[in-house]
Design a protein around this ligand. Sequence first.
Ligand code: GDP
Length: 296
Amino acid sequence: MVLAELGTSISRALQQMSNATIIDEKVLNECLNEITRALLQADVQFKLVRDMQTNIKKIVNLDDLAAGHNKRRIIQQAIFNELCKMLDPGKPSFTPKKGKPSIVMFVGLQGSGKTTTCTKYAYYHQKKGWKPALVCADTFRAGAFDQLKQNAAKAKIPFYGSYTESDPVKIAVEGVERSKKENCDLIIVDTSGRHKQEAALFEEMRQVSEATKPDLVIFVMDSSIGQAAFDQAQAFKQSVAVGAVIVTKMDGHAKGGGALSAVAATKSPVIFIGTGEHMDDFQVFDVKPFVSRLLG
Ligand code: GDP
C-alpha cells in the first residue's frame, strides 16, 4: 500500500464515521478498526498501531461527552494528534549552523540510498549558502568512492576519499581535518553499509563515530523495507547515537509506515525524504502537513 492509499483508507474511515447518524461505541470502533487495518497494511509496527488505538479510546470517552459536543471533530482531532505523535519524537534534531563547522555522519544498509542522500543533503545546504564537504569513509563497497566523487563533482562540492586506503576510520579523520582546514561548515561523512545488519558494520560505525565525534548521525532507511523498519532502525540506534532519520524512495511503491516505525525506534525525527534518484528529489519533512495530507 503506497502512502496515497493509506491516506485514502483513513479518509474513507473518517467519512464513514461522519455519515453515521449517531456516533456510538460501535461506529467509533469500526472507524478505528478501519484505520488500524490501513496502518498495518502500510507496515506501521503492530505495537504502535495498538497503542494508538488505545490512546484514542482513552481520549474519546463517548459516555463523558455531553450531547452538545461535536464528537466527529473530537475523534478526528484525536486521530490527527496521535498520528502526529507517532512521527514527532518530541525533540528536534541537531541543526547545523552556517559558518560553524558541523560533522554529520550518515549510516544505513547498503542500497538504502545512503550515498545518494549524502549528496542530496550537501546540495540542499549548498544552495542555502552552506559550504559542505563530502568524505567517503565507505571502503567496503567497491565503487562507493567513485560514485560519491562523481556526484560531488557534478554539484561542485569538495570531496575527500582514497582508492588505496582501506581503513575507514583513517579516511574519515583525515577527511574531516582537511575539510575543516578548507573552512567547510558542513562536513558529511558517508560510512560503509552492508547487505544486512551485522556485527562488523556496527563495529566500524562505532569506530568512525568515536574518531570523528559527529554532531549528528543520520540513519538512512529505504521506505520499501516494510515491517523490518522498526528492528532495523533500533539496531542502528543501539550502535551509534542516531539523531535523525531520512527515508528514501518515497516516490516508489513505498509503504510509508516504515517512517513512523523508524521514528518510534530511534526516537529521532524524520528530517528529509528522498523522492527520486536526482539531486533535487529531496524534501524537508514536516509532520503536520504530512499527516494533514494523509487524512485528506
Ligand atoms: P547506498 O548503497 O545506500 O549508498 O545506496 P545508493 O545511494 O547507491 O542508492 C541505491 C540506489 O537507490 C541507487 O540506484 C539510487 O539512485 C537509488 N535511490 C536513492 N535514493 C532514492 C530515492 O529517493 N528514490 C529513488 N527512486 N531511488 C533512489
